[in-house]
Write a protein that binds this ligand. Structure first.
Ligand code: NDP
Ligand code: MG
Length: 377
């Protein structure tokens, strides 16, 4: 029985992870569940899964829930998340938190020697060097949950660092694929929230529409697979059937395919190197007919290049890229700025930034806070 601590259990990845646990009660149980503000959903999950520990973002929610669920211990806030991440009685931590708030809990989980099923890409974008260094030191495994990285992990088959030409990340292109820059200026929040192939949390859905998601994934791939930016390519593949590919030096390409369903990469991270059955559907090739590919339109979707540039420049640039993006996406979700303002403002913020190298945890948090502060003024 694998005991899994789920950070962010009420989110899109978190709830799908709990589906897998529910369908395999002999294999898995949830020892930790956590939420931000959705205490009602957390309460339902606690009633079903009876975790030893639950964490809310706010103290009031923790106090109220502890009266309903006396057998579960309750904590709250960042301190609660750090305890949850390092809890002795868990074998694996699923980090399904959204955003940079996952950085400190990830670090704590690694220091406690926990393997991590990793969905929380913002943490690797901002703190990739720090996290990968700590993971190597503590001999902890980061098992990718993001579908592209899971695909590459599966296509590598243990060949990390051996004979690889390039990693090829596929991207659906999002709801505005084929748009010009002028068309992008007029899009609405409702349109941006309609992803053609995936149902996900609101932040990553907007990231997919700006293509920042693919940019963040390039940086995530750089750290997880220790590959330079020059050897990571992006191909638009609107059907989202090929989840990503590895090209070897002999130009042989190995791809991983499947219907777009996050339960596949989540359960692979839970069972690696084994696999388990699930009730996801098979790819119907005859129904599909064709798989198509396009070049990313970098003139319209500039966030992809911002991510490559931030990665190549290094130091504090990716921290600034991520912090600015988190704040601007939130402002767009609150209808305070337009869609195009996201990329225009990130461009400006990156151009004005004076880079700092060799950041430790404190340094990363400081740059993150400063960037957010300036955009929230
Ligand atoms: P969601 O927004 O659906 O869920 C985020 C989780 O974080 C929820 O449990 C949420 O709680 C919690 N949270 C939010 N704010 C706080 C806070 N202040 N303190 C503590 N917890 C908080 O996101 P997703 O599940 O879509 O994504 C999670 C991560 O996985 C992201 O990094 C994303 O990029 C990545 N990912 C997601 C994919 C997907 O299909 N969804 C695919 C690949 C990667 P609450 O519900 O209470 O708000
Ligand atoms: Mg992805």
């Amino acid at each position: 029985m694998k005991k899994i601590a789920i950070l962010g259990s009420t989110g899109s990845i978190g709830t799908q992870a709990l589906d897998i646990i529910e369908q395999n009660p002999d294999l898995f149980c949830a020892t930790v569940l956590t939420c931000g503000s959705n205490a009602d959903k957390l309460s339902e999950q606690i009633a079903k899964h009876k975790p030893a520990l639950a964490v809310t973002a706010y103290e009031d929610d923790a106090v109220a829930l502890s009266k309903i669920h006396p057998d579960t211990e309750f904590l709250y806030g960042m301190e609660g998340l750090t305890v949850a991440a390092a809890m002795a009685d868990s074998d694996l931590v699923l980090n399904a938190l959204m955003g940079m708030r996952g950085l400190i809990p990830t670090y704590c989980a690694i220091e406690a020697g926990k393997d991590i099923a990793f969905a929380n890409k913002e943490t690797l974008v901002a703190g990739g060097e720090l996290i990968m260094g700590a993971a190597a030191k503590h001999k902890v495994r980061l098992l990718p949950v993001d579908s592209e990285h899971s695909a590459i992990f599966q296509a590598l088959q243990g060949n990390e660092h051996k004979n690889i030409n390039r990693l090829i990340l596929t991207a659906s292109g999002g709801p505005f694929r084929g748009y010009t820059l002028e068309q992008l200026e007029k899009v609405t929040l409702a349109q941006a929230l309609k992803h053609p192939n995936w149902t996900m949390g609101s932040k990553i859905t907007i990231d997919s529409a700006t293509m920042m998601n693919k940019g963040l994934e390039v940086i995530e791939a750089r750290w997880i697979f220790d590959m330079p930016a020059e050897q990571i390519d992006v191909v638009i593949h609107p059907e989202s059937i090929i989840h990503s590919m590895v090209e070897y030096v002999d130009h042989s390409i190995i791809a991983q395919l499947g219907v777009p369903d996050m339960r596949v990469p989540i359960s692979y991270a839970f069972t690696y190197p084994d696999r388990i059955e699930n009730n996801c559907s098979s790819v119907d090739f005859f129904e599909l007919g064709t798989l198509t590919f396009e070049k990313p339109n970098r003139k319209t979707f500039q966030c992809l290049d911002f991510a490559y540039e931030a990665l190549k420049a290094g130091g504090s640039y990716p921290v600034v890229l991520n912090a600015a993006n988190e704040i601007l996406v939130q402002q767009f979700l609150e209808n305070r700025i337009s869609f195009i303002d996201i990329q225009n403002t990130i461009d400006k913020v990156l151009q004005e930034h004076e880079v700092i190298y060799h950041l430790d945890m404190e340094g990363i948090l400081e740059v993150d806070k400063k960037t957010r502060g300036e955009l929230e003024k």
